[in-house]
Design a protein around this ligand. Sequence first.
Ligand code: BDR
Ligand code: CA
Length: 306
Amino acid sequence: MDGGIDDALALVLGLRSPEIEVIGITSVSGNVPVRQATVNALRVVELVGRPEVWVAKGAARPLARDPIRAYEFHGRDGLGDSHLPMPQQDPFSKTALKAMNETLSSAKRREVTIICTGPLTNLASLLTHFPESKNRIEEIIVMGGAYGITQYGVGNETPVAEFNIYSDPEAAKLVFGAKVPLKTVGLDVTTIPQLELERSDYARIRKEKGKFAAFAARTLKKNMRLHGRFTLHDPMAVASAIWPALYEFSSYRVCVESRGEYTTGMTIADRRSWLSEDKLSGDPVMVCSHVGARFKRLFLERVTAA
Ligand code: BDR
Ligand code: CA
């Protein structure tokens, strides 16, 4: 995760959901520098009171280019300039790469799901340096991409590219081509207006008692004041592992553009339904095409309950 507001809310959701077991978290350069992303993950782990969940510091920069940041949206601290106290807990003593590799080495075949809510740099490094770890992964779930399969599937960082993929397209290319089962939850669904937080949702959060609602209210405050709405990109990706019945995925072949003049970071789904499978371009990906409207209520209940 890359330390943004929706990363933090996604982590609160994951850590408070008995349907999944969170083993560890890796931070990565993205919305904010990796050091800040690590601090923000530790803040959430402390908030939820789960000191056994390790937070390992990951890559400080993308594989082959300079990092881009999202300070304007997530604030200088990544958490909406909420100026929360610094965490007491230290990051894990091992690097993200080592921590992930060791966890997977001691796992059974196809036992672990990896959910990525930031640029794919850490995961790409793992798959390159420890290719044998692949068979321990059940599936990879990526918040990322814009596939043009709903009317909302256009870019946010550029006209055609989504932030996480655009940040490190070389890493995304590697992960998409790794031949590990891959699901993506992209802008096609995360930006469906009915699934975004609105002022009325924010008012509800503010009325709720307890430290979790207070955390959400504080980190969302600036964005709600400025924009009146907030998109739940990363929580929607995590929730696909918690409430899979709410999700529909369609199978596409997808290419990641890494050398375009205008299209770097674009995730190109081959939508030519008239072609046979062997004539399509790209790697097989399950792309999220629908999320049930119940997602927002379930998310709010789980994340803000005292
Ligand atoms: C993604 O970009 C980041 O700003 C968010 O945290 C999310 O992971 C959405 O494009
Ligand atoms: Ca993120």
